[in-house]
Ligand binder design. Sequence first.
Ligand code: HEM
Length: 159
Amino acid sequence: MAGVDEPGLPTLYEWAGGLEPLRRMIDCFYDRVEADEALSGFFPGGVSTRHRAHVADWWAEVLGGPETYTEQHGGYEAMLRHHLGLDITPAQRHRFAATMSLAADDAALPADPEFRAAIIGYLEWGTRLAVENSRRGATPPAHAPTPRWGWGVAPPYVG
Ligand code: HEM
């Protein structure tokens, strides 16, 4: 899948180094979540390998990689379904986002400001939507494409 940026720019997926580094980030993230008193309650019994793989596939697709989540795991509709009714609080959202930022460091993802700003932008957006969609009685769009994220206002500087 092409990125959403100007032609010639690498996708965020390519810049990250492909699926393996994203899997590493998600693994580091859920290892932290399992030990986190604010977040572990969402995953009674721990976070399965299957769950970790699905979430890594979601991130890969959003960042411009292969469309595995849409083709094999149910796409936007499945992702949405998993969050309905979770009733995520703002404090839990913040911990989730901060923990993912730490996990990006744990996994030694590229640390340049442009890449990190872009993925944190997606994280902030996605977690805030997750809070809204998880509220009791929420009526989010039933169908939507899997989002695509790009570099936004700060692509890598090419001198
Ligand atoms: C950028 C933000 C987020 C992304 C990209 C994301 C992604 C996903 C995806 C793709 C799934 C489904 C995995 C599958 O298909 O098996 C999922 C499930 C889940 N997510 Fe999120 N999520 C986000 C935010 C959150 C937040 C803020 C929380 C809670 C604090 C949360 C808690 C959960 C839980 C508990 C499940 C599993 C539910 C179940 O198994 O029934 N997520 N997430």
